[in-house]
Write a protein that binds this ligand. Structure first.
Ligand SMILES: Cc1cc2nc3c(=O)[nH]c(=O)nc-3n(C[C@H](O)[C@H](O)[C@H](O)COP(=O)(O)OP(=O)(O)OC[C@H]3O[C@@H](n4cnc5c(N)ncnc54)[C@H](O)[C@@H]3O)c2cc1C
Length: 316
């Protein structure tokens, strides 16, 4: 998909400007729909927020950019949705949208997942979806009815089907543009070409105290943070420790160091004061199994692969 050139360069946007020694209440990693939602929510609390996005500004938005920007929400029909829509539309008087109650949304979730969706998470999704699109509207997201993909024209009327009439104006591209504009207006600072490379631990090694990221030239920066929200993607959940690197290090220090690091990481998840949900996709190997296993809830995608290759490698 062709991208328009942005009206600005890739330097920091908004907020108080670049300050590597500075402290942010929240550092958010990833500038897709999830990361930008997290930025809005953090700014609402008055937090000083930094969002790191590994892509340049004109390629930002991750998968969210390429999506249709469709949002499934329960509703009572057209009248319920009209207040969310932008300007007047001559098609509205001849538009028919069947109500899509929460019970239908819930039934669809169970149907498409073959009954494997988590009941509590499904309940949160269904009961909060309508409020969430109103909340997003307050943060600058504009909404439209998706005539071109969720409706057909018959006997002089636009008939919607499938319980999915609502989408962000401009699809995924519009969603990211409006999100970004809303975040900058609200005071979130965004750094592009800023790829997270690691988490920084505090003196109490169980606590994450900041992040490291590499800029477009590969230079590393550190930012101290009160909270870090990971909303990024990648090829897999976790590949565990680097066994080859350990083998190349003489003595046992690398092995002991890795074990100490794993213990601290597992404990940080296990003893975390708030529930931790591990969303596992792709490979989850070695220490990754321990990390996910320490979480309160593990949600795995269909492509997730769990393995303990060290048990074969080292005959453990
Ligand atoms: C073709 C297509 C159509 C879709 N249509 C819809 C739809 O209409 N409705 C719907 O609800 N869902 C749709 N989806 C699913 C939807 O795109 C995803 O669920 C959603 O985009 C996930 O948002 P996200 O913010 O978690 O990830 P992303 O949007 O992928 O954002 C992740 C961001 O993190 C950044 N990042 C990754 N690693 C790092 C790092 N180390 N440091 C800094 N930044 C990093 C990436 O560059 C990226 O910008 C569609 C998906 C596809 C592929």
């Amino acid at each position: 998909m062709a991208r328009e050139a942005p009206a600005h360069d890739d330097g920091p946007r908004g907020g108080a400007g670049r300050d590597d020694a500075g402290h942010y209440d929240a550092v958010i990693v990833g500038g897709g729909n999830a990361g930008l939602c997290a930025a809005h929510a953090a700014r609402e609390t008055g937090a000083r927020v930094l969002l790191l996005e590994k892509s340049p500004a004109d390629e930002a938005g991750g998968n969210s950019f390429y999506s249709a920007g469709a949002f499934r929400v329960p509703h009572h029909g057209l009248d319920d949705l009209v207040p969310l829509l932008g300007g007047p539309d001559s098609r509205l008087p001849v538009t028919v949208i069947p109500p899509y109650p929460e019970s239908d949304f819930t039934a669809d979730m169970y149907r498409v997942t073959g009954g494997r969706c988590d009941p509590q998470l499904t309940s949160v999704l269904v009961s909060r979806a309508a409020g969430t699109v109103r909340w997003l509207a307050a943060h600058g997201i504009r909404w439209r009815l998706m005539y071109e993909r969720q409706a057909y024209f018959r006997d002089g009327r636009w008939m919607f089907f499938g319980g999915l009439p609502l989408g962000a104006a401009g699809g995924g591209k519009g969603l990211i543009a409006q999100h970004t504009s809303g975040a900058l207006t609200a005071g979130t600072e965004i750094r592009y070409r800023a790829r997270l490379t690691g988490l920084v631990r505090g003196r109490d090694t169980r606590r994450v105290a900041g992040v490291r990221y590499a800029d477009g030239r590969g230079t590393e920066h550190r930012v101290s943070a009160g909270a870090v929200i990971l909303a990024a993607e990648g090829r897999g959940f976790c590949a565990g420790v680097d066994i080859k690197q350990m083998q190349q290090t003489p003595g046992h220090e690398a092995l002991l160091g890795a074990n100490r690091g794993c213990f601290a990481a597992f404990a940080a998840v296990y003893e975390c004061a708030v529930p931790v949900i591990a969303a596992v996709h792709g490979f989850c190997l070695g220490g990754g199994v321990g990390l996910a296993g320490s979480a309160d809830i593990v949600i795995a995608s269909d492509d997730a692969t769990f393995g303990l290759p060290e048990s074969w490698q080292w005959r453990l």
